[in-house]
Design a protein. Sequence first.
Length: 95
Amino acid sequence: MRSRLSGVHQKTMGRKIERYTVYKRIVIDGKPGQWTKLAIITDVSVRELTVHLEQGKEYEFVVTASNVHGESKIEDRNIKRVMVKGGMFTVLYFY
């Protein structure tokens, strides 16, 4: 399974991105849980992440960018929801 996350490059204030942080949360009965930090990616040339997911569960993912001004905010328009039906691994691509 492959999922694309977009909107990561928002509001960098003209500064170089130093790292990406990937968050995930489980959605139960349509209600999202708390965000947990899945990965911190310091090599900003990396644009994908393979994650292990449990079959039959629904997840949401978001990626933030950080620079000298701090971490970008988690915005609803950048959240990607994934329902895991078959496979248990997914590759997240972020741009």
